[in-house]
Write a new protein. Structure first.
Length: 264
């Protein structure tokens, strides 16, 4: 990925990893304690419970994946509950500091079947295949062109019959002035630094990049990789100035010669 993207997330990984994963004020490092840390990981378990319930209800049977991949694992919020249902899990993230924190969290919880691998644009160090791939609140932070390329590579890594669960932001409802300010801050580190001073943050605090995806591009990638969506779940994330609308896509990989979308 771009050097700037890596540097930004390495900054978050070193300075404020839990807030960077789940942007709620209580998860800032300055206020984080053991009770809040426990609550943080409980949100990951609850999310994964819902994911598993959806998969099992739609595929009519127990879901017992052998090998899982959590793409954009951060500090392990979802990789840890994944490790409880998979024989082995690869947790991958662009930030070495995030992965180090995730590894420490696994040790604290007695989780020993997770391997930690740093990701890049080519997913060069990630070796498939996987029968369960999960990615939540991740692609929105990756520029669309790069993200679609990575998404296609992940779909290729799914085994026949494997399940993927992917979250994408597709629309952000915000005033034009907010979008203009975002563009200016994204284009200039100096302007972003001035904004940080106003917001009483360190001058070098990175702006967390947010990107919207065109769902027709996403569905084309699914179809071309013989992946059949079997459930769509909407999501929304509201702040004081905008609402980000998203979708969680549950899909299953078929055979390359399957005609999953034949017209009738």
């Amino acid at each position: 990925m771009r050097r700037r993207t890596h540097d930004d997330w390495e900054y978050f990984g070193k300075s404020d990893p839990y807030f960077a994963v789940l942007a709620e004020q209580r998860y800032h490092c300055a206020s984080l304690n053991e009770e809040l840390r426990t609550r943080f990981f409980e949100t990951g378990q609850l999310h994964m419970n819902k994911v598993l319930k959806t998969i099992e209800s739609k595929l009519e049977g127990s879901f017992c994946p052998e090998r899982g991949l959590d793409f954009g694992s951060g500090v392990g919020r979802l990789a840890i509950p994944m490790a409880r249902i998979c024989n082995s899990v690869i947790a991958t993230d662009i930030s070495e500091s995030m992965l180090k924190e995730a590894e420490e969290n696994c040790k604290r919880k007695g989780i020993a079947n997770v391997e930690f691998v740093r990701s890049d644009d080519g997913l060069c160090d990630i070796v498939g295949p996987f029968d369960f791939i999960n990615s939540y609140l991740v692609f929105q932070h990756i520029p669309r062109k790069q993200g679609l390329k990575i998404f296609r590579m992940l779909l290729e890594m799914l085994t026949e019959g494997g399940v993927g669960v992917f979250h994408f932001t597709y629309f952000r409802s915000s005033p034009s002035i907010i979008r203009f300010i975002y563009w200016i801050r994204k284009s200039s580190r100096f302007v972003n630094g001035l904004a940080n001073v106003i917001l009483k943050r360190p001058f070098g605090y990175p702006m967390m990049e947010m990107n919207e995806y065109r769902l027709n591009d996403v569905f084309r990638a699914l179809q071309e990789n013989s992946c059949r969506p079997f459930q769509l779940t909407f999501s929304s994330d509201a702040t004081s100035y905008e609402v980000a609308y998203g979708v969680v896509i549950f899909c299953q990989k078929g055979r390359a010669d399957d005609r999953l979308f034949t017209r009738r």
